[in-house]
Ligand binder design. Sequence first.
Ligand code: GLN
Length: 519
Amino acid sequence: MVVTGGVISGLGKGVTTASVAKIIQSMGHKVTVVKIDPYVNVDAGTMSPFEHGEVFVLDDGGEVDLDLGNYERFLNIQLTKAHNITTGKVYLKVINKERKGDYLGKTVQIIPHITDEIRNQIRSVSKGYDVTVIEVGGTVGDIESMPFLEALRQLAIEDNVVFIHVTLVPNLTVVGEPKTKPTQHSVKTLREVGISPHIIICRSGEKLSENSKEKIALFTNVRVDHVISAPDVEDIHQIPLIFNEEKIGQKILDQFKIDGKPNLSLWNSALCETYKKDVNLAIVGKYAGLHDSYLSISQAIKHASFKTCYNTKLHWIEAEKFEGKKALGELDKFDGILVPGGFGSRGIEGKINVIKYARENKIPFLGICLGFQLAVIEYARNVCGLKDANTSEVGNSEHFVIDLLPEQKKISDKGGTMRLGASEIILEKNSRIYSLYKKDKIYERHRHRYEVSFDYIDILQTGENFLFSGKTSNNLMEILEIRNHPFFIGTQFHPEFKSRVESVSPVFYGFVKAMGERK
Ligand code: GLN
């Protein structure tokens, strides 16, 4: 199944794809999902989250498009680097082959060499699955996506492919009729490259009328019952349920000529129908207004809110605001504080002040990656008396309690060279983290270059109530917690990358529960 997009980007195509894939999975089929990103970067690791949203990290260390996060969260599956295909990745492979002499004597061309490589990559990740769902990033008509669309057209000659096109049906005036012309044009553009959609999903403010559906069907040559309305919803987790009402799963499987009945009961029971109460969470980071740069965190919070039935309201606050002590009092109105991951020096001192405030005033606190490192620095400075403790990522200090790992010091390339992906963490039995995971060993995902310095581990742990409660087998510090506090946890890993709707991250669950139980 192939999902393309028309008219504009930002239609929520990723969540649409994840929702449709979820329904097909719920019909008893083994489903995998591939994202095609037509940009020239080999992977998303070198892209700014402020431009492109969060970089999602997989178990195998792949730094990929955030849509892979949506697929994993919705389908409760594990993906690999190979599930994100970019122009850069395809060309790199073909050019390397050309240099090695694999095409000796041949002129290497977009068709067939690049398109063959695209088809090979899709085929290889599809092995062992009943249905592969492929989302094509960007908008039909973009120059960049042409080789991909051509490869998919070719694929449909040999394989059974259902094409779904997601478009926008805008409504320009309050009382006016929704406009179907942009959809007509984008389907025409798709036809020009030899692809006729079987199903059209129309994004719009309100539900589409039968009249509009008929018009779209007539002009695009698609059956009217295959024109699906996807109105705006408050919570993305409703989308699979809405699509299911439109029987989209049956319509797709009819095209494939395979059977199945959707069963979303597990999904349904993971959502919370009526919340017990609202809780307020301050997320202190640097944003430039784009919350998509922390998408997995907000989704993990959502999962934990479903499970606890505490409705967490997110408040995004710029860390720089807390560089002076004056603003800190504002934090009293929150039930919890989260300091997420990040890079570079901006906002660091503000975050350290916030962490001190959370520790001393017993406000539930979660620090992730950089947030964990800053919690270590805060404790070293204010409790262990190492006044100028710092991370060697920023500033000068006699006491770099956070420092580059020896192997990181030798690296100069920026692409794919951090400590990436899932690794084993051994938990301390007598700890809060153990009571949340209830396991001796966990596997969580990483994306960082700096670590707690071996030289300071003992000094930090002599502090009262301070505990490194999770470590790797080679003694890298992964989790810190402070006792005699309602909830104070920092993790070097990113628990948000493994939280799913139907399998909530224990760290986020514990955190939201502590916020809800705060008096
Ligand atoms: N900048 C820090 C490091 O590289 C933290 C990274 C992060 O928060 N993802 O170690």
